[in-house]
Design a protein around this ligand. Structure first.
Ligand SMILES: Cc1cc2nc3c(=O)[nH]c(=O)nc-3n(C[C@H](O)[C@H](O)[C@H](O)COP(=O)(O)OP(=O)(O)OC[C@H]3O[C@@H](n4cnc5c(N)ncnc54)[C@H](O)[C@@H]3O)c2cc1C
Length: 384
């Protein structure tokens, strides 16, 4: 922790975000922070067409920064992308940014800012294998001797692995919950946020979300290091043989899953008149059921199905909203959802602006059509 000598404590304030132009204060309500940007072309296409590479082709590499993160269904989340960006922004022209990913990676590593990328697809996901991951990571540290190791301090696998690593290698220094970072040092909040502690960069750096802007003006080299991945995989297997038995993932009906743990939610608002049709669709899709407050107040759904500021906060991979306007109180409850699909008659509804995919049309018609399509597809699947 950042408690060693030499720490300067100052009055707390809003931290800076590190971006390509240096340090910038977080200003609430800015378009960039609100995530309102619309990308029409796939990421890789945009980046590759307009961005230069950070490292010169003939760069003499003398140092390396290592970033470690777990992927989720083949991609790094925003927090992990920020950790890669932190390393890329701090790296100079002789420093390579190496990314180690536990789990599959379908993202464009160059666009993330990584020069070399080592992917261990056999880890991550639901697999609990801390010993194996630690063995792979320490083996890589021995190989690369990175100046700093960056990880997202996300309260789950990366946070855990970062702290295990510090203990295992008896790290010279570690800083957790880092809210501000720059070449000269880093900062964390102390005493429930009433103080901010600063120090120079530590060997292991666990970053809070939003300390860094993940949008980079340059590309990494994005090379895949397949051979190292094989070597690390072998080291991991040897270290963890028999440590844990993987009992697999137990399947259960979506209706039995708590809303805040559900991965796929269909949600109804005031625009859903045919509740029976909606429930049939949810059942066929095997999705959990949520609702807006108006739909709950009308007695169409139970109170514990309400999503929003005064209901549940959900973090589904897919949130399919029928006839929900997207009032700010409702949007608050779905801020952590990954893909939002909205069906609404009104193209100017806030839910349409929030959605990644929108259908402007009648909820009842769309639900009937979707139900029919899914039933037909299931029938084809079931046919001998
Ligand atoms: C203190 C406070 C706390 C609140 N907490 C919550 C909360 O936790 N959760 C919550 O949801 N709300 C909450 N609200 C209420 C919130 O402000 C909205 O009133 C509510 O979310 C609106 O619900 P709705 O979008 O279903 O209904 P409406 O606002 O009536 O919107 C219905 C939408 O459906 C569309 N529509 C209508 N017919 C069709 C059709 N046939 N096909 C497709 N689309 C159609 C309309 O265009 C419209 O966009 C709270 C309000 C307050 C003041």
């Amino acid at each position: 922790m950042a408690t060693a000598g030499g720490i300067q404590r100052i009055d707390p304030r809003r931290p800076f975000t590190l971006n390509a132009d240096g340090l910038k204060r977080i200003v609430l309500g800015q378009a960039g922070n609100a995530g309102l940007e619309l990308h029409v072309l796939p990421h890789a296409q945009v980046h590759h067409s307009i961005k230069p590479q950070r490292l010169a082709a003939d760069a003499q590499l003398t140092e390396c920064l290592l970033v470690v993160a777990h992927s989720d269904r083949g991609s790094l989340d925003e927090h992990a992308r920020q950790a890669v960006a932190a390393a890329a922004l701090l790296a100079d022209g002789a420093t390579e940014v190496v990314l180690l990913v536990f789990g599959a990676l379908n993202d464009d590593a160059a666009a993330l800012g990584a020069d070399r990328c080592i992917v261990l697809p056999q880890y991550g996901g639901h697999l609990f294998a801390p010993e194996a991951e630690l063995a792979a990571l320490t083996a890589l540290l021995d190989e690369l001797l990175p100046a700093h190791v960056f990880m997202p301090d996300n309260g789950v696998a990366d946070s855990d692995l970062g702290r295990r690593l510090a203990a295992a290698i008896n790290a010279a220094s570690i800083a957790t919950h880092v809210v501000e970072i720059r070449p000269a040092g880093l900062a964390t909040y102390r005493q429930q946020g009433s103080l901010m502690a600063r120090r120079d960069l530590t060997q292991i750096i666990l970053l809070e979300a939003d300390a860094v802007d993940a949008r980079l003006p340059f590309l990494g080299r994005g090379q895949r290091a397949e051979q190292i991945a094989v070597t690390l995989g072998a080291a991991a297997n040897a270290a963890a043989a028999g440590a844990f038995a993987d009992l697999g993932v137990k399947a259960m009906a979506a209706s039995q899953v708590a809303l805040d743990e559900a991965d796929f939610i269909v949600s109804a608002g005031n625009g859903v008149g045919d509740v029976a049709l909606f429930n049939s669709l949810a059942q066929v899709l095997d999705a959990a059921v949520g609702a807006s407050r108006v739909a709950v107040d009308d007695g169409k759904f139970e109170r514990d199905q309400q999503i929003g500021a005064t209901g549940k906060t959900v973090s589904a991979s897919a949130y399919l909203a029928f006839g929900i306007s997207g009032a700010v109180q409702h949007l608050q409850g779905i801020k952590d959802c990954r893909h939002v699909i909205a069906v609404n008659l009104d193209a100017s509804a806030p839910m349409i602006k929030r959605a990644d995919l929108s259908v402007i049309g009648d909820a009842q018609e769309l639900m009937s059509a979707l139900l029919e399509q899914v039933r037909q597809a299931r029938a084809v699947e079931a046919a001998p």
